[in-house]
Design a protein around this ligand. Structure first.
Ligand SMILES: Cc1ncc(COP(=O)(O)O)c(C=O)c1O
Length: 450
């Protein structure tokens, strides 16, 4: 029950209204847009060849992100870290294959994702997530040479042991620790205070070797929450029996790294904007996107390295593992669509619907919609809407271009994370996915059936 009094609400509301997220600098958006306009021929060629709408996979961008991530963490910990791409963030096989090619491991969260990883010949897979079914555990056990199961509960430990015993297989495992014991995040893992008990019970499971820990915090605009949990973990490890401590070979500190450009929001989606939207809806401007600041990955690496050195290294000789998803795939897929019905200069309908991304993302998030057919470094107000029978089917409230007309090809860059893998079979057919080739080359068809 809240103890806040009505007068305090007014004070808090005033604070929220004053602390509005900063405007996204105009020159930053312009630089972003011009980079894609410079490459427009390759994108237009893809539309010409494969039709519209499309998911455009930019394997160069994916590779470059993976290399930057690996480089940032290269000399940070006592041992080279294990980097496991979180498949849920974009499960297109070409995206996954691109990361496998640069030697990343995979983090999967279901039997479906595990099967994709196995079919792509991944050999270093961590399988995390709550509520693993008997069939999913069985699949992991059948591939115990390639899979480490990150166990989510005491009951799952018993079920994994029973499953592995049936085929007399030995499987490597870790255990997930709850990073927030309150609210809905409690569903993930076991409480850190239960670790000793868990490891005692695992000792009674001859087919399961628990040799690591995992935690994950999400939406990390900076490493503060990860570092706070590492500090908490140090206390738990300090109290752990030395025998159990010595069996821990890895600590997987999860994903959640937000890209450095920060979160780009429509003003209406900021805390101040939401409040103003209730108090004075007419005051909301569509024109000025806002930004929640991000942190360079190199800073994440440095600060996490310091925290591990201070808190974990004195207690454990363990390899650090990381599970980035969004950070790796965000820039590696773009959406391309065509204006199918220009109903007014400020109202157009495209041939792609929000089912292509699975959620009403652009009601909240801001991303430039670029008119590749009539490019210009000018942003014009216009409701750019999808073709589903719902008014929540929004791509943006403006476009970058000279004008907009029927048949124009539009692109929304950097939509790789939590869009393709959330796509829905709803009303309209889903776009085809194709890879963009480097400048000068032609696009190639998506890799077969994947
Ligand atoms: C356990 C785990 N690891 C890694 C990730 C990847 O997170 P992100 O894509 O934010 O890096 C998630 C996302 O939900 C997760 O649940």
């Amino acid at each position: 029950m809240s103890t806040i009094r009505p007068d305090d609400y007014i004070r808090l509301a005033a604070q929220i209204l004053k602390q509005n997220a900063a405007e996204l600098p105009r020159q930053e958006i312009s630089a972003f847009v011009s980079g894609y306009i410079d490459r427009k021929d390759a994108f237009l060629q893809a539309a010409e060849r494969h039709g519209s709408p499309l998911y455009l996979i930019d394997t160069d961008a994916l590779r470059q992100r993976a290399m930057q991530f690996q480089e940032a963490f290269r000399n940070i910990f006592a041992q080279p870290p294990g980097v496991y791409y979180a498949v849920k963030s974009n499960n297109h096989p070409l995206v996954i294959e691109t990361f496998l090619d640069v030697d990343l491991g995979l983090d999967v969260s279901s039997g479906v994702e595990l099967q994709i990883a196995l079919d792509l010949d991944a050999f270093d897979i961590v399988f995390s997530g709550p509520g693993k079914t008997p069939d999913e555990l069985d699949l992991a056990v059948r591939h115990a040479d390639r899979v480490t199961v990150l166990i989510d509960s005491f009951s799952e430990l018993r079920r994994l042991e029973a499953c592995a015993a049936r085929s007399d297989t030995h499987i490597r495992a870790g255990v997930r620790l709850t990073s927030d014991p309150n609210g809905l995040w409690r569903k993930f893992g076991i409480a850190p205070s239960e670790l000793e008990n868990f490891l005692s019970q695992a000792d009674q499971c001859p087919h399961v070797s628990v040799c690591g820990l995992q935690f994950h915090t999400s939406w990390n605009m900076d490493p503060a929450r990860q570092i706070a949990f590492i500090g908490k973990l140090a206390k738990v490890l300090g109290a752990l029996s030395p025998g159990f401590r010595s069996q821990l070979e890895f600590v997987d500190i999860g994903g959640g790294y937000w890209p450095a450009q920060g979160e780009w929001l429509q003003e209406a989606a900021t805390s101040a904007g939401m409040l103003r939207g209730i108090l004075d809806p007419d005051s909301i401007s569509r024109g000025i996107p806002r930004r929640m600041p991000g942190t360079p990955i190199e800073t994440f690496a440095r600060e996490l390295g310091r925290a591990v050195l201070e808190h974990l290294a004195p207690r454990l000789d363990a390899r650090i593992c990381l599970e980035p998803g969004r950070w790796l795939c965000n820039d590696g897929m773009h959406l391309l669509m065509t204006v199918i019905d220009c109903k007014a200069p400020d109202l157009v309908i495209t041939d792609a619907g929000a089912n292509a991304i699975g959620w009403e993302r652009f009601e909240h998030d801001y991303f430039p919609v670029i008119n590749l057919t009539r490019p210009a470094m000018t942003e014009r107000p216009c409701n750019v809407l999808g073709c589903l029978c719902t008014p929540h089917d929004v791509w943006g409230y403006s476009y970058w271009g000279e004008d907009i007309q029927d048949g124009d090809i539009l692109m929304i860059p950097t939509q790789g994370a939590y869009t393709y893998s959330l796509r829905q079979n709803f009303i309209k057919a889903l776009p085809k996915a194709v890879a963009i080739q480097p400048p000068g080359a032609r696009t190639r068809e998506k890799t077969s059936g994947r």
